[in-house]
Write a protein that binds this ligand. Structure first.
Ligand code: PLP
Length: 217
């Protein structure tokens, strides 16, 4: 397993304008260093504690992405540390981000996570809850929604395409609206096994873990 080869292979397949986010959860700093040497500056974690430790011990020009389920009581720790939160999925969490980031007079950049497969076991908001969420967002001062994130249900290529297209459609529909604190610039979809299809279906940010760093235990 060679991290540089993995990254070269992925980048070859990404058109211009698509950002590769290296998902480094559970992986040590030494392996992340290899990715950094290849020019990767975007790293993602799904646990607050792990992000904080790595933030403390890794290069200061890294853009940290938070992609895990975020508990309201942990939001305050991300202030000043995170470039983009991909997993905003409730009004309750929105209000907490507004409060914690507001205290530091800092704007939080977020993506709205949609539970596109309507899976009971997955986080993310249901499409029908978006309008209530957007109204709440409009009264915020310290939160800017820059796009959408999805984790699609497991399936074959055909079902992957179906969920990516479904997400792209929501993204485009929302793009044609104008709400305060809301603009659709980032569509975060696609992981190791499906990033190519995701990009074909309109993703402009892919989150790849095992495809760069090898299997997680
Ligand atoms: C772990 C994780 C990824 C990366 O998954 P791989 O299959 O290792 O590429 C992407 N997005 C989220 C939200 C994750 O939790």
């Amino acid at each position: 397993m060679n991290i540089k080869e993995n990254i070269d292979y992925i980048l070859e397949q990404l058109p211009k304008g698509v950002t590769l986010v290296a998902v480094s959860k559970t992986k040590p700093i030494e392996l992340m260093e290899e990715a950094y040497k290849c020019g990767i500056k975007d790293f993602a974690e799904n646990k607050v504690q792990e992000l904080l430790e790595k933030h403390e011990n890794f290069h200061s020009d890294v853009k940290w992405h938070f992609i895990g389920h975020l508990q309201t009581n942990k939001v305050k720790y991300l202030v000043g540390k995170v470039h983009l939160i991909h997993s905003l999925d409730s009004v309750k969490l929105l209000n907490q981000i507004e409060k914690s980031f507001g205290k530091a007079n800092e704007v939080a950049n977020v993506l709205i996570q949609i539970n596109i497969g309507r899976e009971a076991t997955k986080s993310g908001m249901l499409v029908e809850d978006l309008s209530e969420f957007i109204s709440a967002l409009e009264s915020c001062e310290f939160v800017k929604a820059r796009g959408l994130m999805v984790i699609i249900p497991k399936g074959n290529e055909q079902s992957n395409r179906y969920y990516f297209q479904k997400t792209k459609k929501i993204y485009e529909d929302l793009k044609n609206t104008s709400y305060k604190n809301f603009c659709m610039e980032i569509l975060s979809m696609g992981m190791t096994n499906d990033f190519k299809i995701a990009v074909e279906e309109g993703s402009n940010m892919v989150r790849v873990g095992e495809g760069i760093f090898g299997k997680r235990i």
